[in-house]
Design a protein around this ligand. Structure first.
Ligand code: PGA
Length: 249
């Protein structure tokens, strides 16, 4: 399978930061993995124009489940696609926490994104209290059951799961390699039970304080097929080495 290095700019990035995209495209004209940046919506179409014809793919950070209508402030999957996106992150823990997104709303968005031909990157992850209570796998299992679309709409490539422990996001802390491996193999087993053997080809990303210094060790783990990177995706100098590590893994 082709691995995926995905960057999530979150609510960061102004016009001037498009220069980072030009550098990234120069640094990786033909990487041996997929390379994706999900900018704020204000930059999406300009970034997509810059990335056209390059190896860099562009994605949204959220979308609405409906195709259009009276939903002030929201963006439909078709609008993202029209602006040049090929992917969309869904159910990020910051969306779940800040905007009350539920497994059911994430599932509806994922189905809508798939229907329009966007690759849905569905995020799951436990809080620190849940990990301390020993309920990590139960929490992940229930998020997977509730957040993923009922069927693999097209090819397994079109649905990506990102395991992002909430307590590892933006904190500089990560689970141990054994802990990451345990959750990733649990996710793989769960997906194969649900979707059948095709789920062996679905990409599973790890996210949460990935940086150049820890990327290679994480990418060496079984069932880690890429990363969802926040802070270290904002600058080419930080993200390009992560892409290099993934391509080499
Ligand atoms: P981080 O964020 O790399 O800054 O920890 C990861 C994410 O939220 O996707």
């Amino acid at each position: 399978m082709r691995k995926l290095a995905a960057g999530n700019w979150k609510m960061n990035g102004m016009s001037v930061d498009l220069a980072e995209i030009a550098k990234l495209i120069d640094a990786h004209p033909a990487p041996d993995c997929d390379m994706l940046i999900c900018p704020p919506t204000t930059l999406l179409s300009r970034m997509a124009e810059r990335a056209a014809g390059s190896a860099l793919q562009i994605g949204g950070q959220d979308c609405h489940a409906a195709g259009n209508g009276a939903h002030t402030g929201d963006i439909s999957p078709a609008m993202l696609k029209d602006a040049g996106a090929s992917h969309v992150i869904l159910g990020h823990s910051e969306r779940r926490a800040d905007h009350g997104e539920t497994d059911a709303s994430v599932q509806a968005k994922a189905a809508a994104a798939q229907a329009i031909g966007l690759v849905a990157i569905v995020c799951v992850g436990e809080t620190e209290a849940q990990r301390d209570a020993g309920t990590t796998l139960a929490v992940i299992g229930s998020q997977l059951a509730g957040s993923l679309p009922a069927t693999l709409a097209t090819v397994p490539d079109a649905l990506v799961v990102a395991y992002e422990p909430v307590w590892a996001i933006g904190t500089g802390r990560t689970p141990t390699l054994d802990e990451i491996a345990e959750v990733h193999s649990f996710i793989r087993d769960t997906l194969v039970k649900r979707y059948g053997a095709a789920a062996q080809e679905m990409r599973l990303l790890y996210g949460g304080s990935v940086k150049a210094s820890n990327a290679a060790a994480i990418f060496a783990l079984p069932h880690v097929n890429g990363a969802l990177v926040g802070g270290a995706s904002l600058k080419c100098a930080d993200f390009a080495p992560i892409v290099t590590a993934l391509a080499a893994s």
